[in-house]
Write a protein that binds this ligand. Structure first.
Ligand code: GLN
Length: 295
């Protein structure tokens, strides 16, 4: 007797419920993404050819990745990549996986600097995989940037992403805490930062296992109130932004008011809380005061 032949359709019919039983939130989508990867197909090809049989080697490869997903490893880590701002980025366990909400940082920069050709100078602290700064360098083709991160592993990925997108000539990546690696006189038009802002309690409790067990704690843990790093950012903005320069910082969904106060107390003006597509607080914006006008 020959063994039953697995096809794309029958395999997805097995893997999706199996992942669902293990608590995976989008079991069908994840199965499709992983199967497409194993078969070197696009997701749409799975529908176009549902009766395609799998070889023993393909079956073994698919089972291996499905097991990883069942252990709640994020799909982006299994694939080693994630899309952000329509660009593909390498990701790995040393950085956060770029989130769709984080695109609000890029949108906010575009709204506040309408001249795309301006030679902006950008500082991104906690640069991680480099997704945000690469999106900004794409949108502002004459901009240059510095990215800093405490994690040497994150900077390896950031460097790979910067090179992949052809921005190596326009960015310097420096290891260290917030603005500490910069020369004393370095100053910028725009500062962006997605600091760790999850409270330690949330991280040990309600956060999904994909985040808690697989993403780097250094990039997430904002201490007891989530603001341990957030509160250190306004002084950096005052030190590092030119008069009138803009700070954009990602924050947690409950942190709008507290973060807004931190910016205002730190001396920033035009402080605003920006809401993401889920209608949650997501970004706090503020300017360093401009120089007084001469008449
Ligand atoms: N948005 C992320 C999460 O909810 C946290 C990102 C961060 O701390 N910067 O898991």
């Amino acid at each position: 007797m020959t063994a039953p032949l697995w096809t794309i359709r029958t395999l997805l019919g097995w893997s999706a419920p199996w992942l669902a039983q293990r608590g995976v939130e989008s079991p069908r989508l994840d199965s499709e993404l992983l199967l497409a990867e194993v078969l070197h197909l696009r997701r749409i090809d799975l529908f176009l050819d549902p009766h395609r049989p799998l070889s023993a080697a393909e079956l073994a490869a698919f089972k291996a990745v499905i097991k990883r997903r069942a252990a709640r490893e994020p799909v982006a880590f299994i694939l080693g990549r994630r899309e952000f701002w329509g660009m593909e980025f390498r990701v790995g366990p040393d950085t956060l996986i770029p989130r769709p909400e984080t695109e609000l940082l890029v949108e906010a920069a575009l709204a506040r600097f309408p001249d795309r050709s301006s030679p902006l100078t950008i500082l991104e602290m906690c640069v991680g995989s480099g997704a945000v700064v690469c999106a900004l360098l794409k949108e502002f083709p004459n901009a240059t940037a510095v990215g800093t991160d405490l994690s040497a592993g994150a900077l390896v990925l950031a460097r790979a992403n910067v090179e992949k997108h052809g921005f190596a000539e326009r960015i310097a990546l420096l290891e260290g805490d917030l603005d500490a690696p910069l020369a004393p006189e370095a100053s910028f038009d725009l500062m962006v930062v997605n600091p760790p802002y999850v409270t330690t309690q949330e991280l040990d409790g309600e956060v999904a296992p994909e985040v808690r067990e697989w993403e780097p704690r250094l990039a997430l843990d904002g201490g007891a109130d989530g603001l341990r790093v957030v509160e250190r950012v306004p002084p950096c903005a005052v030190r590092r932004l030119r008069p009138g320069g803009l700070l954009l910082m990602e924050i947690g969904s409950q942190q709008g008011e507290a973060a807004g106060e931190l910016l205002a107390r730190g001396g920033l003006v035009n402080v605003e809380i920006l809401i993401d597509f889920n209608k949650l607080d997501r970004v706090v914006a503020g300017n360093v005061p401009p120089l007084p006008q001469m008449d």
